[in-house]
Design a protein around this ligand. Structure first.
Ligand code: ADP
Ligand code: ZN
Ligand code: ZN
Length: 724
């Protein structure tokens, strides 16, 4: 009986393609093959091998294999198959996402590397007459990591000596080191503390379970020394040949984190993030695939790498939104990390000072083992948070007098202050005080943000921008003014108020140039008085020991949002920014400016016990029947008119008709028009995740058969992070 292979292609198709397997080919799932496809050849991945060719259909044979081993090893393959089903994304696209771009196009899975040589046995003795060999041996001994052959030849040695020493088994060829070391600030090198009592007992509780798999939620307040625990944990648990994965939300913003890992593990630390080029991607991917014992520190997509000896997974700042892919294959890197640990039968640690409500809930259900770390490391104490009612106070650049005074005091003591503004640019809108006109984006239902530095008005939802004007574009009045706060405006006020102190702005605009974040961090790490002004970026994992004051310009943005996740995200952001204060030896203080100082959510913030707040928020989720008490998915549609988008979703709604699934909508999205597309959504909220999954599978298959209104698209998002 001839065998058939079911092949996945890198196309947005919810189907596989059948081919005959020639007798001389041995195929396994996850392997790359070349197949005839239409008039061309395509690269495919083997999904299944079956014995029954369908009757009456003439199948073409597989043309050949690209390599005789599976590019995607078994656990990686199973992870992606599972994810394809769970997130309802076509299997072919999921599988190909896990290949580096070069391999998607069919290139050979080979590293283009230089030849490197390294000394095997340092104490070897050579015959007295082998002068040149001895000289080469001594020279190589001075390069413990090895040296490229080109350098050996340049130094005046020859092939003959290399070969002779190899025959004596004194030297060997090695792979070149994978990546250059991150730069390190000298001050950082000194920090390598022993674990405190609290850290030690937390680390004990994290000991890997005997059954292999185990999920831990490490709740450690900001500055409690979680990173230090990860380092000790890996040092203790990891064998010399083991691989580990450390997921982080961002790498480029927090180079110190990688530097800290390198302090402990040197070249074993390898990074993975969006700024790697195709060559670096291929090399790193291959080394991971070949089982090199790396500790890989990477962003979201690192969870899809082809590890073969994975023994531990850590997900730092597990609550962070950037773990969820926002388009295409909309997976959650954190959730896949937990599933991956399950497949690899290894422990996974989710760490955060503000864990997601999903994870807190899982800990309550005893799915995760909760480990608490409720004191700060070293001599640091948690910051004191207080609300500053600004209802009837005059503001300058969004800052009240008491806030400015507090900054002044901190600077006078030689300390640093951090001011958090949730908007980049100068002001969120330009408004005419004569006719009331506000400048809107011509392509979106939003207003244009005024960027004074670039004299531009920009849309933050599409790439539209236009030159800023001094007069109202509608009535020509010159009473045309910026309204509200952005980072640039606050920066200006601070610079005028404190002319002798550096004011450093940190937002997407100021950090776009390569290396600029490093310059900013160096300035802050110098410890000299300065004021940092910035967005969310400042909340992420930074460790600035001399920041003693944090001012939140306005906390009210998320208080009244329609998105059910808004309160959780507001609290997480506020606690994370607050957590930048007082991490060193001096105590920290946080001032939160608000017009709603009696709002219960803000009041509990000051008491500062995140798990208590999380409990409260979970109760509200349960009452509202939201995740994690329900399983949610969103169908989104976009088209050149709202009618078409709603029409697509109206047609889906009856397909979702089921006793245990509620449907909400279809409704226009919060920003109904974006980049000239009209967007709508239909929410499915189910009691049972499995039921929802099988319902979605059916709906997606059905939709693939249907003809959509011209120019309309639909998308599915399982476990959505944004519901607006
Ligand atoms: P987290 O990741 O929980 O925010 P970090 O691991 O960054 O905390 O630690 C916060 C600060 O405390 C860092 O400057 C770190 O070097 C320091 N630190 C951590 N553990 C200890 C310890 N046991 N003794 C002294 N300082 C420590
Ligand atoms: Zn006007
Ligand atoms: Zn726009």
């Amino acid at each position: 009986m001839p065998l058939i292979a079911r092949i996945a292609l890198n196309r947005p198709l919810r189907r596989l393609f059948d081919y005959l397997v020639p007798d001389d080919l041995q195929l396994v799932p996850g392997q790359r093959v070349r197949i005839p496809f239409g008039r061309q050849q395509a690269i495919g991945l083997v999904v299944e091998i079956g014995v029954e060719p369908p009757a009456g259909i003439n199948l073409k044979p597989v043309a050949g294999v690209v390599e005789d081993w599976p590019a995607l090893p078994p656990e990686t393959f199973r992870l992606l198959s599972w994810a394809s089903d769970y997130y309802q994304h076509p299997l072919g696209e999921c599988l190909f996402t896990a290949l580096p771009p070069a391999l998607r196009r069919g290139r050979k899975a080979e590293e283009k590397t230089e030849e490197w040589w390294r000394v095997l046995d340092n104490n070897a003795t050579l015959p007295a007459n082998a002068h040149k060999q001895k000289a080469l041996f001594d020279w190589l001994s001075q390069h413990p990591e090895g040296a490229p052959a080109t350098d050996v030849l340049k130094a005046g040695f020859g092939r003959a000596q290399l070969n002779a020493l190899r025959e004596r088994q004194l030297i060997e060829t090695v792979l070149p080191p994978l990546q250059k070391a991150f730069s390190e600030e000298p001050e950082l090198l000194a920090r390598r503390p022993d674990l405190s009592g609290a850290q030690t007992s937390a680390a004990k509780e994290l000991a890997p379970p005997s059954e292999g798999f185990g999920a831990f939620l490490l709740y450690g307040i900001t500055g409690s020394g979680k990173t230090e625990i990860y380092l000790h944990y890996l040092k203790q648990q990891l064998g010399d040949r083991d691989q580990a994965l450390v997921l982080v939300p961002e790498i480029n913003l927090t180079p110190q984190t990688v530097a800290r890992f390198q302090r402990y593990f040197g070249r074993r630390i390898v990074v993975w993030h969006s700024a790697l080029n195709d060559g670096e991607r291929l090399t790193t991917w291959l080394r991971v695939r070949n089982g090199e014992p790396v500790i890989l520190v990477g962003t979201r997509s690192a969870v899809l790498l082809p590890f073969t000896g994975l023994r531990t997974i850590i997900v730092d700042e597990e609550h962070d939104n950037s773990y969820k892919q926002g388009e295409g294959f909309r997976y959650s890197g954190r959730d896949l990390a937990v599933y991956r640990a399950h497949l690899n039968n290894c422990p996974v640690i989710l760490g955060s000072a503000t864990p997601s409500l999903e994870s807190v809930y899982n800990a309550k259900q005893a799915k995760y083992h909760l480990v608490k770390l409720e004191e700060r490391a070293g001599n640091a104490t948690p910051p004191v948070i207080s609300l500053l009612d600004i209802r009837s106070r005059p503001l300058e650049g969004g800052l009240s007098r008491p806030a400015l005074n507090a900054i002044k005091q901190a600077l006078a003591k030689g300390e640093q202050a951090l001011v958090f503004v949730n908007r980049r640019g100068f002001a969120p809108v330009m408004m005419c005080f004569d006719c009331g006109h506000m400048v809107e984006c011509p392509r979106c239902d939003t207003r244009l943000t005024y960027h004074r530095r670039d004299r531009a008005m920009r849309c933050h939802h599409c790439d539209y921008q236009t030159a800023a004007t001094e007069h109202c574009p509608k009535c020509r009045s010159d009473a045309f003014k910026p309204v509200g706060q952005g980072t640039e405006r606050t920066e200006d006020i601070l610079a005028t108020t404190f002319p002798d102190t550096p004011v450093v702005r940190v937002d997407r605009d100021s950090t776009q140039r390569k290396g600029s974040i490093q310059g900013i961090l160096n300035q802050v790490n110098s410890g000299k008085p300065c004021v940092l002004v910035g967005t969310q970026m400042l909340a992420k994992g930074h460790d600035f020991p001399n920041v003693t004051l944090v001012v939140v310009v306005n906390a009210d943005g998320g208080l009244f949002s329609v998105d059910f996740r808004a309160p959780e995200q507001l609290i997480q952001t506020l606690l994370q920014v607050s957590g930048r204060a007082g991490r060193g030896t001096k105590p920290g203080k946080v001032l939160v400016q608000t017009c709603h100082s009696d709002h219960p959510l803000l009041k509990t913030l000051c008491e500062g016990q995140y798990l208590d707040i999380a409990d409260q928020l979970l109760k509200e989720r349960e009452e509202g029947q939201f995740p994690p008490f329900r399983a949610m998915a969103i169908f989104r549609a976009e088209a050149d008119t709202m009618e078409k988008s709603l029409q697509v979703l109206d047609a889906i709604k009856p397909l979702a008709n089921s006793s245990d699934v509620e449907t909400w909508g279809p409704l226009p999205a919060m920003i109904a028009r974006r980049a000239d597309k009209h967007r709508a959504q239909l929410i499915l909220n189910a009691r049972n995740r499995k039921r929802l999954n099988s319902l979605l599978t059916g709906i997606c298959q059905e939709l693939d058969q249907r003809k959509l209104p011209n120019g309309a698209r639909w998308m599915i998002d399982v476990d959505p992070q944004e519901t607006g």
